[in-house]
Design a protein around this ligand. Structure first.
Ligand SMILES: O=C(O)CCC(=O)C(=O)O
Ligand SMILES: [Mn+2]
Length: 199
């Protein structure tokens, strides 16, 4: 289903993965993934990121994160399975994925654009959710008259952002006071820079 927004190409599939399969993926990925809590520097202070993350990709892919060069972890069978399904739905050959684990309603991700140079001009980003439903908020960057768009990302749903979305819109997962369980998110990406390989 297309979500009509100015200056953006966003689509949403409510039940991309079935309820039972989603439970299976949540349980399996929660334990098999080597989750890490990274630290970020903000205004000269060091903070723990308010969520756990992991980075998977084709062999040899690396990316820069807060000045450090990180190597991707090789795809597991489960993640390969999901990648094939998402590739077909998004008509894109994804070669990497950032995984996010929100332990409870206090874990979050602040407003940002997925506009790292290695993602190229108009990146296609496909975001899969398992576990607790969280609100995904999109805010137009330059036109303050455009209303914020909230999308409830339920378990098994797939959100695809493409076109100029990352130029004109920021997105976030805000904290919630609701007592909720963990949510696991996978954002599939294409890393374009072929020189982006370790020596
Ligand atoms: O958890 C989400 O749905 C959003 C994740 C996200 O925006 C990102 O990984 O860049
Ligand atoms: Mn993002």
């Amino acid at each position: 289903m297309n979500i009509p927004l100015p200056d953006a190409v966003v689509s949403f599939v409510h039940d991309f993965i079935s309820h039972d399969e989603s439970i299976k993926y949540l349980e399996a990925l929660s334990t098999e993934v080597a989750w890490k809590q990274n630290q970020i520097k903000m205004f000269g202070k060091v903070y723990n990121e308010p969520r756990l993350t992991a980075w998977y990709g084709d062999q040899g892919l690396s990316y820069k994160y807060s000045g450090i060069q990180l190597l991707s972890t090789a795809w597991s069978d489960l993640l390969n399975e999901l990648k094939s399904k998402v590739n077909a739905a998004a008509s894109t050959e994804f070669n990497s994925a950032l995984l996010n684990y929100y332990r409870d309603g206090q874990d979050s991700m602040g407003y940002h654009q997925d506009n790292e140079p290695e993602l190229g001009q108009n990146p296609v980003i496909a975001s899969l959710t398992f576990g607790a439903a969280r609100t995904f908020q999109l805010k137009h960057i330059t036109d303050k008259t455009i209303k914020r768009k909230d999308i409830l990302l339920n378990s098994g749903s797939l959100l695809i952002m493409a076109g100029t979305t990352q130029h004109y819109w920021k997105h976030q997962i805000p904290k919630t006071k609701k007592p909720i369980g963990p949510r696991l998110n996978i954002t599939f990406r294409v890393i374009k820079d072929v020189d982006n390989r370790p020596q």
